[in-house]
Design a protein. Structure first.
Length: 608
Protein backbone atom coordinates (compact mmCIF):
# COMPACT_ATOMS: atom_id res chain seq x y z
CA UNK A 1 0.00 0.00 0.00
CA UNK A 2 1.10 3.56 -0.70
CA UNK A 3 3.91 4.22 -3.12
CA UNK A 4 7.16 6.17 -2.93
CA UNK A 5 9.47 7.20 -5.76
CA UNK A 6 12.45 9.51 -5.38
CA UNK A 7 14.81 10.56 -8.16
CA UNK A 8 18.06 12.48 -8.49
CA UNK A 9 19.94 12.55 -11.78
CA UNK A 10 20.39 14.20 -15.17
CA UNK A 11 16.84 13.64 -16.47
CA UNK A 12 13.75 15.76 -15.89
CA UNK A 13 12.72 14.67 -12.41
CA UNK A 14 9.01 15.38 -12.86
CA UNK A 15 8.74 13.08 -15.88
CA UNK A 16 10.71 10.30 -14.21
CA UNK A 17 8.72 10.55 -10.99
CA UNK A 18 5.30 10.52 -12.65
CA UNK A 19 6.19 7.58 -14.88
CA UNK A 20 7.55 5.72 -11.86
CA UNK A 21 4.60 6.32 -9.58
CA UNK A 22 2.16 5.22 -12.29
CA UNK A 23 3.78 1.78 -12.14
CA UNK A 24 2.74 1.63 -8.47
CA UNK A 25 -0.94 2.43 -9.02
CA UNK A 26 -1.81 -1.22 -8.47
CA UNK A 27 -0.78 -0.94 -4.82
CA UNK A 28 -3.95 0.96 -3.85
CA UNK A 29 -4.19 4.69 -3.09
CA UNK A 30 -6.63 7.58 -2.78
CA UNK A 31 -4.46 10.68 -3.37
CA UNK A 32 -1.07 11.62 -4.75
CA UNK A 33 1.50 14.37 -4.57
CA UNK A 34 4.91 15.47 -5.81
CA UNK A 35 7.64 17.76 -4.50
CA UNK A 36 10.76 18.88 -6.37
CA UNK A 37 13.45 21.54 -6.26
CA UNK A 38 13.61 24.04 -9.12
CA UNK A 39 15.70 27.23 -9.17
CA UNK A 40 16.29 26.99 -5.43
CA UNK A 41 12.57 26.73 -4.64
CA UNK A 42 10.72 23.73 -3.20
CA UNK A 43 7.60 23.20 -5.30
CA UNK A 44 4.77 20.89 -4.26
CA UNK A 45 1.55 19.80 -5.94
CA UNK A 46 -1.14 17.38 -4.71
CA UNK A 47 -4.38 15.86 -5.95
CA UNK A 48 -7.17 13.67 -4.60
CA UNK A 49 -8.07 10.64 -6.68
CA UNK A 50 -6.10 9.08 -9.51
CA UNK A 51 -2.58 10.11 -10.56
CA UNK A 52 -4.18 11.50 -13.71
CA UNK A 53 -5.55 14.33 -11.55
CA UNK A 54 -2.04 15.21 -10.43
CA UNK A 55 -0.82 15.09 -14.02
CA UNK A 56 -3.51 17.59 -15.04
CA UNK A 57 -2.21 20.07 -12.49
CA UNK A 58 1.35 19.73 -13.81
CA UNK A 59 0.43 19.64 -17.50
CA UNK A 60 1.76 22.44 -19.70
CA UNK A 61 4.66 23.37 -17.42
CA UNK A 62 8.20 22.98 -18.70
CA UNK A 63 9.95 22.06 -15.48
CA UNK A 64 13.73 22.14 -15.13
CA UNK A 65 14.39 19.97 -12.11
CA UNK A 66 16.61 16.99 -11.33
CA UNK A 67 15.65 16.20 -7.73
CA UNK A 68 12.25 15.21 -6.39
CA UNK A 69 9.94 12.82 -4.58
CA UNK A 70 6.42 11.59 -5.34
CA UNK A 71 3.87 9.58 -3.35
CA UNK A 72 0.53 7.80 -3.57
CA UNK A 73 -1.36 7.71 -0.26
CA UNK A 74 -3.67 5.05 1.14
CA UNK A 75 -5.51 6.84 3.95
CA UNK A 76 -4.87 5.79 7.54
CA UNK A 77 -4.77 8.97 9.67
CA UNK A 78 -7.20 11.48 8.18
CA UNK A 79 -9.50 11.33 5.18
CA UNK A 80 -8.26 11.40 1.56
CA UNK A 81 -8.00 15.18 1.12
CA UNK A 82 -5.54 17.64 -0.42
CA UNK A 83 -4.32 18.64 3.05
CA UNK A 84 -3.66 15.02 4.05
CA UNK A 85 -1.98 13.99 0.80
CA UNK A 86 1.81 13.65 0.76
CA UNK A 87 4.38 15.20 0.51
CA UNK A 88 4.17 17.04 3.83
CA UNK A 89 6.16 20.21 4.41
CA UNK A 90 7.71 21.98 7.38
CA UNK A 91 6.63 25.42 8.66
CA UNK A 92 8.68 27.33 6.09
CA UNK A 93 8.07 25.08 3.05
CA UNK A 94 11.76 24.17 2.89
CA UNK A 95 11.58 20.44 3.71
CA UNK A 96 9.33 17.83 2.04
CA UNK A 97 8.68 14.30 3.31
CA UNK A 98 6.87 11.29 1.85
CA UNK A 99 6.14 8.36 4.15
CA UNK A 100 4.78 4.83 4.17
CA UNK A 101 3.94 3.31 7.54
CA UNK A 102 2.44 4.56 10.80
CA UNK A 103 3.98 6.84 13.44
CA UNK A 104 2.50 5.40 16.61
CA UNK A 105 3.49 8.26 18.95
CA UNK A 106 2.48 11.05 16.59
CA UNK A 107 -0.10 12.52 19.00
CA UNK A 108 2.60 13.06 21.61
CA UNK A 109 5.09 14.41 19.07
CA UNK A 110 2.52 16.73 17.49
CA UNK A 111 1.53 18.21 20.84
CA UNK A 112 5.17 18.70 21.78
CA UNK A 113 6.00 20.38 18.46
CA UNK A 114 2.93 22.63 18.63
CA UNK A 115 4.05 23.83 22.06
CA UNK A 116 7.41 24.67 20.47
CA UNK A 117 5.64 26.84 17.88
CA UNK A 118 5.19 24.49 14.90
CA UNK A 119 1.96 24.93 12.91
CA UNK A 120 0.29 21.81 11.44
CA UNK A 121 -1.92 21.76 8.35
CA UNK A 122 -3.08 18.13 8.17
CA UNK A 123 -4.61 15.33 10.24
CA UNK A 124 -1.85 12.88 9.33
CA UNK A 125 0.79 11.21 11.44
CA UNK A 126 3.36 11.86 8.71
CA UNK A 127 3.45 15.63 9.08
CA UNK A 128 5.25 15.35 12.42
CA UNK A 129 8.27 14.00 10.51
CA UNK A 130 8.63 17.19 8.46
CA UNK A 131 8.50 19.34 11.60
CA UNK A 132 10.88 17.09 13.54
CA UNK A 133 13.41 17.25 10.69
CA UNK A 134 12.98 21.03 10.60
CA UNK A 135 13.62 21.16 14.34
CA UNK A 136 16.92 19.30 14.07
CA UNK A 137 18.17 20.79 10.80
CA UNK A 138 21.52 22.59 11.15
CA UNK A 139 22.77 22.40 7.58
CA UNK A 140 23.03 18.65 6.90
CA UNK A 141 19.83 16.85 5.88
CA UNK A 142 20.82 13.29 6.79
CA UNK A 143 21.92 14.33 10.29
CA UNK A 144 18.55 16.05 10.82
CA UNK A 145 16.73 12.92 9.64
CA UNK A 146 18.77 10.72 11.99
CA UNK A 147 18.04 12.94 14.98
CA UNK A 148 14.35 13.23 14.13
CA UNK A 149 13.87 9.48 13.78
CA UNK A 150 15.34 8.87 17.24
CA UNK A 151 12.09 10.29 18.62
CA UNK A 152 9.80 8.21 16.42
CA UNK A 153 7.95 5.05 17.43
CA UNK A 154 6.33 3.00 14.71
CA UNK A 155 7.09 2.04 11.12
CA UNK A 156 8.31 4.09 8.23
CA UNK A 157 9.78 4.17 4.80
CA UNK A 158 10.54 7.83 4.07
CA UNK A 159 12.19 10.01 1.44
CA UNK A 160 13.14 13.62 2.22
CA UNK A 161 14.36 16.61 0.22
CA UNK A 162 15.18 20.18 1.29
CA UNK A 163 16.06 23.43 -0.46
CA UNK A 164 18.54 24.03 2.38
CA UNK A 165 20.53 20.94 1.28
CA UNK A 166 19.25 20.82 -2.31
CA UNK A 167 21.33 18.27 -4.20
CA UNK A 168 20.40 15.35 -2.03
CA UNK A 169 17.67 12.85 -1.19
CA UNK A 170 17.71 11.13 2.20
CA UNK A 171 15.71 7.93 2.71
CA UNK A 172 15.23 5.73 5.76
CA UNK A 173 13.29 2.61 6.65
CA UNK A 174 11.97 0.72 9.61
CA UNK A 175 9.37 -1.90 8.82
CA UNK A 176 8.30 -0.45 5.46
CA UNK A 177 10.24 -1.46 2.34
CA UNK A 178 12.57 0.81 0.38
CA UNK A 179 14.81 -0.12 -2.53
CA UNK A 180 17.68 1.94 -3.91
CA UNK A 181 18.01 1.82 -7.71
CA UNK A 182 21.45 2.50 -9.17
CA UNK A 183 21.39 3.83 -12.71
CA UNK A 184 23.82 5.57 -15.05
CA UNK A 185 24.57 8.86 -13.27
CA UNK A 186 21.17 8.72 -11.59
CA UNK A 187 19.68 7.19 -8.45
CA UNK A 188 16.20 6.14 -7.39
CA UNK A 189 14.55 5.36 -4.09
CA UNK A 190 11.32 3.40 -4.39
CA UNK A 191 8.94 1.34 -2.30
CA UNK A 192 8.70 -1.19 -5.14
CA UNK A 193 11.28 -2.30 -7.69
CA UNK A 194 8.84 -1.94 -10.58
CA UNK A 195 8.93 1.87 -10.32
CA UNK A 196 12.57 2.08 -11.44
CA UNK A 197 12.89 -1.09 -13.48
CA UNK A 198 12.65 0.73 -16.82
CA UNK A 199 15.84 2.62 -15.86
CA UNK A 200 17.95 0.03 -14.03
CA UNK A 201 18.03 -3.54 -12.76
CA UNK A 202 20.77 -2.84 -10.21
CA UNK A 203 19.35 -2.41 -6.73
CA UNK A 204 20.28 -2.24 -3.06
CA UNK A 205 17.72 -3.33 -0.47
CA UNK A 206 17.66 -1.14 2.62
CA UNK A 207 17.41 -2.90 5.96
CA UNK A 208 15.50 -1.71 8.99
CA UNK A 209 17.10 1.23 10.82
CA UNK A 210 19.19 2.13 7.80
CA UNK A 211 19.48 5.33 5.75
CA UNK A 212 20.42 6.01 2.14
CA UNK A 213 21.89 9.33 1.03
CA UNK A 214 21.63 10.00 -2.71
CA UNK A 215 23.47 12.81 -4.51
CA UNK A 216 24.08 13.56 -8.16
CA UNK A 217 27.34 11.62 -8.28
CA UNK A 218 27.16 8.91 -5.60
CA UNK A 219 25.15 7.15 -2.92
CA UNK A 220 25.93 5.85 0.55
CA UNK A 221 24.10 3.87 3.20
CA UNK A 222 24.40 4.25 6.97
CA UNK A 223 22.92 3.02 10.22
CA UNK A 224 20.89 5.38 12.37
CA UNK A 225 24.05 5.77 14.44
CA UNK A 226 25.84 7.26 11.40
CA UNK A 227 27.97 4.18 10.82
CA UNK A 228 28.56 3.39 7.11
CA UNK A 229 27.14 0.14 5.77
CA UNK A 230 28.42 -1.58 2.68
CA UNK A 231 25.60 -3.17 0.76
CA UNK A 232 25.62 -5.75 -1.99
CA UNK A 233 24.31 -4.52 -5.34
CA UNK A 234 21.86 -7.10 -6.67
CA UNK A 235 20.44 -7.59 -10.15
CA UNK A 236 16.67 -7.82 -10.58
CA UNK A 237 15.79 -10.70 -12.89
CA UNK A 238 12.37 -9.34 -13.90
CA UNK A 239 12.10 -7.24 -17.03
CA UNK A 240 9.69 -4.46 -17.89
CA UNK A 241 7.59 -6.69 -20.16
CA UNK A 242 6.67 -8.80 -17.13
CA UNK A 243 4.82 -5.88 -15.54
CA UNK A 244 2.90 -4.85 -18.66
CA UNK A 245 -0.57 -6.19 -19.51
CA UNK A 246 0.56 -8.04 -22.63
CA UNK A 247 -2.68 -7.50 -24.52
CA UNK A 248 -5.02 -8.43 -21.66
CA UNK A 249 -7.64 -5.97 -20.47
CA UNK A 250 -6.51 -6.26 -16.85
CA UNK A 251 -3.48 -7.50 -14.93
CA UNK A 252 -5.71 -9.90 -13.02
CA UNK A 253 -6.84 -11.68 -16.19
CA UNK A 254 -3.26 -11.80 -17.46
CA UNK A 255 -2.10 -13.34 -14.20
CA UNK A 256 -4.90 -15.92 -14.20
CA UNK A 257 -3.73 -16.98 -17.66
CA UNK A 258 -0.07 -16.95 -16.58
CA UNK A 259 -0.66 -19.73 -14.05
CA UNK A 260 0.49 -22.66 -16.19
CA UNK A 261 3.84 -20.97 -16.77
CA UNK A 262 3.97 -19.69 -13.19
CA UNK A 263 3.74 -23.25 -11.87
CA UNK A 264 6.44 -24.41 -14.29
CA UNK A 265 8.69 -21.64 -13.00
CA UNK A 266 7.92 -22.52 -9.38
CA UNK A 267 8.98 -26.13 -10.05
CA UNK A 268 11.89 -25.49 -12.43
CA UNK A 269 15.13 -27.04 -11.21
CA UNK A 270 13.54 -28.38 -8.06
CA UNK A 271 12.44 -31.87 -9.12
CA UNK A 272 14.56 -34.88 -10.00
CA UNK A 273 11.77 -37.14 -11.17
CA UNK A 274 13.99 -40.05 -12.12
CA UNK A 275 15.42 -40.19 -8.58
CA UNK A 276 12.18 -39.34 -6.77
CA UNK A 277 13.75 -36.28 -5.15
CA UNK A 278 12.77 -32.68 -4.53
CA UNK A 279 15.64 -30.20 -4.21
CA UNK A 280 15.00 -26.96 -2.33
CA UNK A 281 18.37 -25.27 -2.14
CA UNK A 282 17.09 -22.41 0.01
CA UNK A 283 16.43 -24.85 2.87
CA UNK A 284 19.87 -26.46 3.11
CA UNK A 285 20.95 -24.30 6.05
CA UNK A 286 17.87 -25.40 8.05
CA UNK A 287 17.92 -29.08 7.13
CA UNK A 288 18.78 -30.32 10.62
CA UNK A 289 15.99 -28.32 12.29
CA UNK A 290 13.48 -29.38 9.65
CA UNK A 291 14.40 -33.05 10.04
CA UNK A 292 13.88 -32.76 13.81
CA UNK A 293 10.75 -30.56 13.61
CA UNK A 294 8.07 -31.58 16.10
CA UNK A 295 5.53 -28.94 15.07
CA UNK A 296 5.01 -26.49 12.22
CA UNK A 297 3.17 -23.19 12.54
CA UNK A 298 2.17 -21.28 9.40
CA UNK A 299 1.65 -17.51 9.74
CA UNK A 300 0.03 -15.60 6.89
CA UNK A 301 -2.76 -13.21 5.89
CA UNK A 302 -5.56 -13.31 3.32
CA UNK A 303 -4.95 -15.48 0.28
CA UNK A 304 -1.61 -16.69 1.69
CA UNK A 305 -3.47 -17.90 4.78
CA UNK A 306 -5.79 -19.94 2.56
CA UNK A 307 -2.76 -21.50 0.82
CA UNK A 308 -1.35 -22.25 4.26
CA UNK A 309 -4.50 -24.21 5.13
CA UNK A 310 -3.99 -26.41 2.08
CA UNK A 311 -0.38 -26.86 3.19
CA UNK A 312 -1.54 -27.88 6.66
CA UNK A 313 -3.68 -30.68 5.24
CA UNK A 314 -0.83 -31.86 2.98
CA UNK A 315 1.85 -31.85 5.66
CA UNK A 316 -0.25 -33.56 8.30
CA UNK A 317 -1.52 -36.22 5.91
CA UNK A 318 1.82 -37.07 4.31
CA UNK A 319 4.44 -36.33 7.00
CA UNK A 320 2.36 -36.75 10.19
CA UNK A 321 3.87 -33.57 11.64
CA UNK A 322 1.33 -31.46 13.58
CA UNK A 323 0.63 -28.20 11.75
CA UNK A 324 -1.27 -25.07 12.78
CA UNK A 325 -2.20 -22.17 10.51
CA UNK A 326 -2.44 -18.80 12.26
CA UNK A 327 -3.58 -15.39 11.16
CA UNK A 328 -0.35 -13.45 11.50
CA UNK A 329 -2.17 -10.48 13.02
CA UNK A 330 -3.47 -12.65 15.89
CA UNK A 331 -0.35 -14.76 16.43
CA UNK A 332 1.70 -11.80 17.60
CA UNK A 333 -0.72 -10.60 20.24
CA UNK A 334 -1.88 -13.78 21.96
CA UNK A 335 1.43 -14.83 23.55
CA UNK A 336 1.66 -18.07 21.54
CA UNK A 337 3.38 -21.19 22.84
CA UNK A 338 6.53 -21.88 20.82
CA UNK A 339 8.26 -24.92 22.21
CA UNK A 340 11.56 -26.47 21.17
CA UNK A 341 11.32 -28.10 17.75
CA UNK A 342 8.83 -25.58 16.37
CA UNK A 343 9.32 -24.38 12.79
CA UNK A 344 7.40 -21.26 11.75
CA UNK A 345 6.63 -20.79 8.06
CA UNK A 346 5.77 -17.24 6.96
CA UNK A 347 3.90 -17.02 3.65
CA UNK A 348 3.65 -13.67 1.85
CA UNK A 349 3.58 -12.89 -1.87
CA UNK A 350 5.23 -9.49 -1.40
CA UNK A 351 7.48 -10.47 1.47
CA UNK A 352 6.58 -7.16 3.10
CA UNK A 353 3.24 -7.88 4.80
CA UNK A 354 3.49 -6.03 8.11
CA UNK A 355 1.46 -8.47 10.24
CA UNK A 356 3.35 -11.47 8.88
CA UNK A 357 6.69 -9.82 9.48
CA UNK A 358 5.68 -8.95 13.05
CA UNK A 359 4.56 -12.56 13.64
CA UNK A 360 7.92 -13.80 12.39
CA UNK A 361 9.77 -11.53 14.77
CA UNK A 362 7.61 -12.70 17.67
CA UNK A 363 8.34 -16.32 16.73
CA UNK A 364 12.08 -15.62 16.55
CA UNK A 365 11.96 -13.98 19.97
CA UNK A 366 10.41 -17.18 21.31
CA UNK A 367 13.09 -19.36 19.72
CA UNK A 368 11.44 -20.75 16.57
CA UNK A 369 13.27 -21.57 13.36
CA UNK A 370 11.93 -19.34 10.58
CA UNK A 371 11.20 -20.39 7.00
CA UNK A 372 9.68 -18.06 4.41
CA UNK A 373 7.70 -18.63 1.22
CA UNK A 374 7.79 -15.40 -0.78
CA UNK A 375 7.68 -14.22 -4.35
CA UNK A 376 9.69 -11.00 -4.17
CA UNK A 377 13.43 -11.68 -4.09
CA UNK A 378 15.22 -9.58 -1.48
CA UNK A 379 12.02 -8.75 0.40
CA UNK A 380 12.18 -8.16 4.15
CA UNK A 381 10.49 -11.43 5.14
CA UNK A 382 12.79 -13.42 2.85
CA UNK A 383 15.87 -11.71 4.26
CA UNK A 384 14.87 -12.08 7.91
CA UNK A 385 13.99 -15.78 7.65
CA UNK A 386 16.60 -18.41 8.47
CA UNK A 387 15.86 -20.14 5.17
CA UNK A 388 13.20 -20.04 2.51
CA UNK A 389 11.67 -20.82 -0.85
CA UNK A 390 10.98 -18.27 -3.57
CA UNK A 391 8.02 -18.72 -5.89
CA UNK A 392 9.87 -17.34 -8.96
CA UNK A 393 6.61 -16.49 -10.75
CA UNK A 394 7.42 -12.92 -11.74
CA UNK A 395 5.58 -9.84 -10.47
CA UNK A 396 1.96 -10.11 -9.46
CA UNK A 397 0.39 -6.71 -10.10
CA UNK A 398 -3.36 -7.32 -9.67
CA UNK A 399 -4.44 -6.57 -6.11
CA UNK A 400 -6.52 -9.76 -5.98
CA UNK A 401 -3.93 -12.53 -5.83
CA UNK A 402 -4.28 -15.39 -8.32
CA UNK A 403 -1.05 -16.94 -9.58
CA UNK A 404 0.62 -16.50 -6.19
CA UNK A 405 -2.05 -18.69 -4.58
CA UNK A 406 -1.59 -21.63 -6.94
CA UNK A 407 2.21 -21.23 -6.83
CA UNK A 408 2.17 -21.18 -3.02
CA UNK A 409 0.24 -24.45 -2.99
CA UNK A 410 2.70 -25.90 -5.51
CA UNK A 411 5.66 -24.91 -3.38
CA UNK A 412 3.97 -26.24 -0.25
CA UNK A 413 3.50 -29.57 -2.04
CA UNK A 414 7.19 -29.63 -2.98
CA UNK A 415 8.03 -28.76 0.63
CA UNK A 416 5.84 -31.63 1.81
CA UNK A 417 7.67 -34.07 -0.47
CA UNK A 418 10.97 -32.63 0.74
CA UNK A 419 9.92 -33.16 4.37
CA UNK A 420 8.81 -36.73 3.60
CA UNK A 421 12.31 -37.46 2.32
CA UNK A 422 13.94 -35.80 5.35
CA UNK A 423 11.78 -37.75 7.76
CA UNK A 424 12.02 -41.07 5.90
CA UNK A 425 15.28 -40.94 3.88
CA UNK A 426 15.24 -44.65 3.11
CA UNK A 427 11.81 -44.48 1.45
CA UNK A 428 12.06 -42.94 -2.03
CA UNK A 429 9.08 -40.87 -3.05
CA UNK A 430 6.60 -42.72 -5.28
CA UNK A 431 7.14 -41.50 -8.84
CA UNK A 432 3.40 -40.84 -9.16
CA UNK A 433 3.70 -38.05 -6.56
CA UNK A 434 6.27 -36.32 -8.74
CA UNK A 435 4.48 -37.04 -11.99
CA UNK A 436 1.17 -35.60 -10.84
CA UNK A 437 2.56 -32.19 -9.83
CA UNK A 438 4.40 -31.95 -13.16
CA UNK A 439 1.08 -32.45 -14.94
CA UNK A 440 -0.66 -29.52 -13.25
CA UNK A 441 0.30 -26.72 -15.71
CA UNK A 442 -1.30 -28.60 -18.61
CA UNK A 443 -4.41 -29.27 -16.56
CA UNK A 444 -4.75 -25.58 -15.71
CA UNK A 445 -4.38 -24.76 -19.39
CA UNK A 446 -7.22 -27.15 -20.19
CA UNK A 447 -9.46 -25.30 -17.72
CA UNK A 448 -8.55 -21.91 -19.23
CA UNK A 449 -9.67 -23.06 -22.68
CA UNK A 450 -13.21 -23.32 -21.27
CA UNK A 451 -13.33 -19.74 -20.03
CA UNK A 452 -16.46 -18.97 -22.08
CA UNK A 453 -18.44 -21.34 -19.87
CA UNK A 454 -17.50 -19.20 -16.90
CA UNK A 455 -18.41 -16.03 -18.78
CA UNK A 456 -21.93 -17.40 -19.24
CA UNK A 457 -22.19 -18.20 -15.54
CA UNK A 458 -21.00 -14.69 -14.72
CA UNK A 459 -23.77 -13.20 -16.87
CA UNK A 460 -26.39 -15.18 -14.98
CA UNK A 461 -25.18 -14.26 -11.48
CA UNK A 462 -23.56 -10.83 -11.91
CA UNK A 463 -26.46 -9.02 -10.21
CA UNK A 464 -26.40 -11.18 -7.09
CA UNK A 465 -25.96 -9.40 -3.78
CA UNK A 466 -24.81 -12.43 -1.80
CA UNK A 467 -23.11 -15.75 -2.50
CA UNK A 468 -22.09 -18.79 -0.51
CA UNK A 469 -19.04 -21.00 -1.25
CA UNK A 470 -18.88 -24.46 0.28
CA UNK A 471 -16.22 -27.17 0.26
CA UNK A 472 -14.84 -29.96 2.42
CA UNK A 473 -11.38 -31.30 3.09
CA UNK A 474 -8.81 -29.84 0.73
CA UNK A 475 -11.52 -27.80 -0.96
CA UNK A 476 -12.63 -25.94 2.16
CA UNK A 477 -9.72 -23.44 1.75
CA UNK A 478 -10.77 -23.09 -1.91
CA UNK A 479 -14.26 -22.10 -0.78
CA UNK A 480 -12.69 -19.40 1.39
CA UNK A 481 -10.51 -18.21 -1.47
CA UNK A 482 -13.36 -18.20 -4.00
CA UNK A 483 -15.50 -16.08 -1.69
CA UNK A 484 -12.60 -13.72 -1.01
CA UNK A 485 -11.96 -13.19 -4.72
CA UNK A 486 -15.62 -12.36 -5.37
CA UNK A 487 -15.98 -9.88 -2.52
CA UNK A 488 -12.60 -8.24 -3.20
CA UNK A 489 -13.25 -7.20 -6.77
CA UNK A 490 -17.02 -7.32 -7.41
CA UNK A 491 -18.19 -6.02 -3.99
CA UNK A 492 -20.73 -8.84 -3.79
CA UNK A 493 -21.02 -10.12 -0.24
CA UNK A 494 -19.69 -13.68 -0.24
CA UNK A 495 -18.74 -16.15 2.46
CA UNK A 496 -16.86 -19.44 2.41
CA UNK A 497 -17.62 -22.30 4.81
CA UNK A 498 -16.88 -25.95 5.35
CA UNK A 499 -19.90 -27.53 3.67
CA UNK A 500 -20.96 -29.41 6.82
CA UNK A 501 -21.03 -26.15 8.81
CA UNK A 502 -23.68 -24.71 6.50
CA UNK A 503 -26.49 -26.21 8.58
CA UNK A 504 -25.12 -24.53 11.72
CA UNK A 505 -26.22 -21.10 10.62
CA UNK A 506 -25.65 -20.11 6.97
CA UNK A 507 -28.47 -22.38 5.77
CA UNK A 508 -30.85 -19.70 7.09
CA UNK A 509 -29.69 -17.38 4.29
CA UNK A 510 -30.53 -19.71 1.42
CA UNK A 511 -33.32 -18.72 -0.95
CA UNK A 512 -33.95 -18.56 -4.70
CA UNK A 513 -31.74 -15.48 -5.04
CA UNK A 514 -28.72 -16.99 -3.31
CA UNK A 515 -26.12 -18.65 -5.58
CA UNK A 516 -24.32 -21.42 -3.70
CA UNK A 517 -21.04 -22.64 -5.16
CA UNK A 518 -20.01 -26.16 -4.17
CA UNK A 519 -16.51 -27.46 -4.82
CA UNK A 520 -17.69 -31.02 -5.32
CA UNK A 521 -14.81 -32.98 -6.83
CA UNK A 522 -14.48 -36.77 -6.72
CA UNK A 523 -12.42 -37.02 -3.54
CA UNK A 524 -12.62 -38.81 -0.20
CA UNK A 525 -15.53 -36.65 1.02
CA UNK A 526 -17.50 -36.55 -2.24
CA UNK A 527 -20.47 -38.47 -0.81
CA UNK A 528 -20.76 -36.09 2.10
CA UNK A 529 -20.73 -33.09 -0.24
CA UNK A 530 -23.59 -34.60 -2.27
CA UNK A 531 -25.64 -34.73 0.93
CA UNK A 532 -24.89 -31.05 1.58
CA UNK A 533 -25.96 -30.23 -1.98
CA UNK A 534 -29.28 -31.97 -1.37
CA UNK A 535 -29.82 -29.86 1.76
CA UNK A 536 -29.37 -26.64 -0.22
CA UNK A 537 -31.48 -27.80 -3.16
CA UNK A 538 -34.41 -28.65 -0.88
CA UNK A 539 -34.39 -25.05 0.32
CA UNK A 540 -34.47 -23.48 -3.13
CA UNK A 541 -30.85 -22.38 -3.44
CA UNK A 542 -29.33 -21.90 -6.91
CA UNK A 543 -26.52 -24.44 -7.19
CA UNK A 544 -23.21 -24.21 -9.03
CA UNK A 545 -20.79 -27.12 -8.80
CA UNK A 546 -17.10 -27.38 -9.60
CA UNK A 547 -16.85 -31.09 -10.36
CA UNK A 548 -14.46 -33.71 -11.71
CA UNK A 549 -14.55 -34.59 -15.40
CA UNK A 550 -16.67 -37.66 -16.06
CA UNK A 551 -19.01 -37.07 -13.09
CA UNK A 552 -22.42 -37.30 -14.75
CA UNK A 553 -24.20 -37.96 -11.46
CA UNK A 554 -23.82 -34.39 -10.26
CA UNK A 555 -25.50 -32.85 -13.32
CA UNK A 556 -28.89 -33.96 -12.01
CA UNK A 557 -28.34 -32.33 -8.61
CA UNK A 558 -27.26 -28.77 -9.50
CA UNK A 559 -28.26 -25.92 -11.80
CA UNK A 560 -24.82 -25.49 -13.36
CA UNK A 561 -21.66 -27.57 -13.39
CA UNK A 562 -18.13 -26.73 -14.46
CA UNK A 563 -15.74 -29.64 -14.90
CA UNK A 564 -12.04 -29.73 -14.03
CA UNK A 565 -9.50 -32.51 -14.74
CA UNK A 566 -9.02 -35.31 -12.26
CA UNK A 567 -5.99 -35.13 -9.96
CA UNK A 568 -4.99 -36.22 -6.44
CA UNK A 569 -7.02 -34.85 -3.52
CA UNK A 570 -4.20 -32.71 -2.18
CA UNK A 571 -3.58 -30.96 -5.52
CA UNK A 572 -7.25 -30.44 -6.41
CA UNK A 573 -7.22 -26.86 -4.98
CA UNK A 574 -4.77 -25.77 -7.71
CA UNK A 575 -7.42 -26.69 -10.30
CA UNK A 576 -10.69 -26.01 -8.48
CA UNK A 577 -9.73 -22.41 -7.72
CA UNK A 578 -9.20 -21.46 -11.40
CA UNK A 579 -12.91 -21.30 -12.38
CA UNK A 580 -13.62 -19.35 -9.17
CA UNK A 581 -10.95 -16.79 -10.07
CA UNK A 582 -12.42 -16.44 -13.56
CA UNK A 583 -15.97 -16.16 -12.27
CA UNK A 584 -15.04 -13.40 -9.81
CA UNK A 585 -13.14 -11.56 -12.55
CA UNK A 586 -15.91 -11.66 -15.16
CA UNK A 587 -18.67 -10.81 -12.68
CA UNK A 588 -16.66 -7.78 -11.51
CA UNK A 589 -16.02 -6.59 -15.06
CA UNK A 590 -19.70 -6.95 -15.94
CA UNK A 591 -20.57 -4.88 -12.85
CA UNK A 592 -18.21 -2.11 -14.01
CA UNK A 593 -15.67 -2.59 -11.20
CA UNK A 594 -11.97 -1.73 -11.47
CA UNK A 595 -10.64 -5.23 -10.87
CA UNK A 596 -6.96 -4.29 -10.71
CA UNK A 597 -7.52 -1.52 -8.17
CA UNK A 598 -10.49 -2.50 -6.01
CA UNK A 599 -11.67 0.13 -3.56
CA UNK A 600 -10.05 0.33 -0.12
CA UNK A 601 -7.56 -2.46 -0.91
CA UNK A 602 -3.80 -2.47 -1.39
CA UNK A 603 -1.51 -5.06 -2.95
CA UNK A 604 1.08 -5.06 -0.19
CA UNK A 605 -0.28 -4.28 3.28
CA UNK A 606 2.70 -2.69 4.98
CA UNK A 607 0.88 -1.29 8.02
CA UNK A 608 -0.83 -3.14 10.85
Amino acid sequence: MCGIVGYIGHKNAVDVLLNGIKRLEYRGYDSSGIAFIEDGILKCEKAVGKIAELEKKLDGNNFDTHTGIVHTRWATHGAPTMENAHPHLDCHNEIAVVHNGIIENYDYLKLKLEREGHAFKSETDTEVLAHLIEKYFTGNLEMAVMEALKEVEGTYGIAVISVKDPKKIVAARRGSPLVLGIGNQEYFITSDISASLVHTRDVVYLDDNELAILTLDHYETKTMQNIPTYKKVEEVLWNIDMIEKGGYEHFMLKEIHEQPEALRNAMRGRIEGDRGLVKLGGLISCEKELREAKRIVVVACGTSWHAGLVGEYMLEELTRIPVEVEYASEFRYRNPVVEEGTVVIAISQSGETADTLAAMREARHKGAKLLSICNVVGSTIAREADCGIYLHIGPEIGVASTKAFTAQITVLYLFTLYMMHLKYPNNPLPYDMIKIILSMPDKIQAILTKEEEIVELARIYKDSENALYLGRGYNYPVALEGALKLKEISYIHAEGYPAAEMKHGPIALINKDMPVVFIATKDSVYGKVLSNIAEVKSRGGRLIAIATEGDDQIREKVDHVFYIPRTSDCLTPILSVIPLQLMAYHMAVMRGCDVDKPRNLAKSVTVE
